[in-house]
Design a protein around this ligand. Structure first.
Ligand code: NAD
Length: 395
């Protein structure tokens, strides 16, 4: 892209990295000292924005990578934010609500020197949810002495969350499915779809695509997957997995593994679980015509090359799953203005932003003769480097 070295090297590093070690009182009366991070990768285009992850294996390096992806994601969809990410090394599944609340509040207090509505705005990610966001908002507001709704997004609607936020990432995936199907001249109606992961992103995209008339033939979660070559009744699978905690053993389907799901013959494959699922060893097995990356970084660079050689049309994570951050942006705007929109208005605005972003990435990919992923990176980097150049470096 012939970007000047000063902008390239700035983008290669994170701007701010905070590591905190803080005590949490556990239910048994003991105290654990936990480690957390908050990383701002770049805030040239606006306040930093990015999720908060609670996971036992999370590291500072992973947090940096996720923060960098957020800088690119907000630039691709052209919303006025930079990129950030936060994390606490913990296993939320083994913690009580009380422990989670005490941990969240103490972590918020530690990172309060960096966050704020016009500085850095957390949101939910793996292991966190709207309740965690409400605790962050409450703790930050206690420190300030007044209510600051716009310090986090992904809050419950009762405390300033946006309508449509919960399903926004899945809805954004569905919009991308529609746009890519249109581009490749295949109808979504009757298209066969396999979805890996049936959480916030996977369940919403599966349900919305089923409503568009697509045939969802396979769904999986961490415990395994199910397959019915004719079509699964997605609403029934959803109810079943809510009741039993998994899709496995759903009637009217055969059980399959996650590895088998990724290799199924289908029109659209949606990896919507976790990172590093399509790797060098299994990329050649993928038979789908289109991959929509609902998860962050589900495909490794080696696998990406194999998919591209095999003619699989990959729509990249920073475009496909940006619906969440777009509606987070709407939530922030609504919070700052104290003026709230209807769900229809939120969905309509989301549609416009995703539509524009998809077509800008597609145009870049055709002009530069590069993959959709490289085009998305190029579009994002062009915007960020352009903003850095216009702002300049002083002195
Ligand atoms: P979630 O925790 O709600 O759901 C994750 C799903 O994946 C669950 O069904 C889980 O059982 C399954 N899963 C976990 N590990 C798995 C494994 N090893 N193999 C197969 N399935 C596995 O999480 P989510 O919010 O739906 O996020 C999914 C992905 O999308 C993550 O990569 C996340 O970073 C990304 N993402 C989420 C959002 C959002 O708004 N929720 C936004 C952008 C990106």
């Amino acid at each position: 892209m012939n970007i000047a070295e000063e902008w390239r090297s700035r983008l290669s590093e994170c701007e701010r990295e905070l590591i905190v070690h803080f005590p949490v009182r556990m239910d048994d009366g003991g105290v654990k000292v936990l480690t957390g991070f908050r990383v701002v990768h770049n805030d040239t285009r606006g306040p930093a924005k990015g999720g908060l992850r609670y996971h036992p294996d999370v590291t500072l390096d992973e947090t940096r990578a996720l923060a960098a992806l957020m800088t690119l994601k907000t630039a691709v969809v052209n919303i006025p934010y930079g990129g950030a990410k936060g994390a606490v090394v913990c296993n939320p599944e083994l913690m009580s609500q009380g422990e989670l609340e005490r941990m969240t509040r103490r972590y918020t207090s530690e990172i309060s020197i960096l966050i704020g509505p016009d500085r850095d705005i957390p949101a939910p990610d793996v292991g966190t949810n709207p309740q965690v966001m409400a605790w962050i908002m409450d703790t930050f507001s206690m420190i300030k002495g007044y209510t600051v709704p716009a310090v986090v997004t992904g809050k419950p609607v009762t405390v300033g969350g946006s309508k449509g936020r919960f399903g926004a990432t899945g809805r954004g995936c569905m919009i991308n499915a529609r746009l890519v199907a249109e581009h490749l001249g295949i109808g979504l109606e009757g298209a066969t779809v396999a979805v890996q992961g049936f959480g916030n992103v996977g369940s919403v995209v599966a349900r919305l695509l089923a409503r568009e008339g697509s045939k969802i033939v396979a769904i999986s979660d961490v415990k395994g997957g199910i397959y019915n070559e004719k079509r699964l009744d997605v609403e029934a699978v959803f109810r079943y997995s809510q009741q039993t905690g998994s899709v496995v053993d759903f009637k009217d389907a055969e059980n399959i593994t996650n590895a088998e799901l990724l290799a199924l013959p289908c029109d659209i494959l949606v990896p919507a679980a976790i990172e590093n699922q399509i790797v060098k060893a299994n990329a050649a097995d993928v038979k789908a015509r289109i991959i929509l990356e609902g998860a962050n970084a589900p495909t490794t660079p080696e696998a990406d090359k194999i998919l591209s050689d095999n003619g699989v049309f990959v729509v990249p994570d920073i475009l496909v799953n940006a619906g969440g951050v777009v509606v987070s942006y709407f939530e922030w705007v609504q919070g700052l203005q104290a003026f709230f929109w209807s769900e229809d208005e939120v969905n309509r605005q989301l549609e416009t932003v995703m539509h524009n972003a998809f077509h800008e990435v597609l145009e870049m990919s055709q002009q530069e003769k590069v993959s959709m992923r490289n085009a998305a990176y190029m579009l994002a980097i062009k915007r960020i480097a352009g903003a850095m150049e216009t702002r300049g470096i002083f002195p």
